[in-house]
Write a protein that binds this ligand. Structure first.
Ligand SMILES: [Zn+2]
Length: 181
């Protein structure tokens, strides 16, 4: 559910059987998110919001409503670019080096560039479309190598290194960017 608030813009309300109290956080879009117990009425949710206004203003790094909209737009653009590029780039390297993966998923998590799950699904962050190509390729090769090594062992890095001899530098440079949008 979404509450439109004069000060914070769109506020995401998540009703969860697991929450016992009210918790405020910042969503990946920079919007205020609140999780409340499942049977909390909208009226009560708004009351919680009002009584915590000062704390939210002071403690949570929210984006203002205009920035939230700008971010939505940027995400849409990146998603479109990513959809037309990342799955094909992944397929290209997989074919080149003889990997077979399950699905390719596009993600927009704030913290990781990519992941490889035990069912061989490779997730790539759409934020990769913002970084130089060499780093983007490095992330793809990194995730492909996880198909054979589900850890960061020596054998894993040796495999990454066999496809990208500058992987150490790329790993380091990647830290200068953030996957979040
Ligand atoms: Zn890894």
């Amino acid at each position: 559910m979404i509450i439109i608030d004069k000060e914070f813009g769109e506020v995401i309300v998540r009703k969860s059987p697991l929450s016992r109290g009210v918790r405020f956080s910042v969503s990946t879009s920079g919007r205020l998110a609140m999780s409340v117990p499942k049977y909390t009425s909208d009226f009560l949710a708004k009351r919680f919001l009002n009584s915590n206004r000062k704390m939210i203003r002071e403690k949570l790094p929210l984006k203002n409503p205009n920035e939230q909209k700008a971010r939505d737009y940027q995400k849409k653009v990146l998603m479109k670019k990513a959809r037309e590029y990342l799955p094909y780039r992944l397929e290209y390297f997989a074919k080149l080096y003889g990997y077979s993966y399950g699905k390719c998923r596009l993600s927009h998590a704030n913290t990781r560039w990519g992941s490889c799950s035990s069912n061989r699904t490779i997730s790539l962050n759409i934020g990769l479309m913002k970084v130089p190509e060499a780093l983007r390729d490095y992330v793809i090769l990194h995730e492909l190598a996880h198909l054979n090594h589900m850890d960061h062992s020596r054998a894993f890095w040796a495999e990454v290194g066999s496809h990208d001899k500058h992987y150490k530098m790329h790993e380091k440079k990647l830290k200068m960017f953030s996957p979040g949008i």
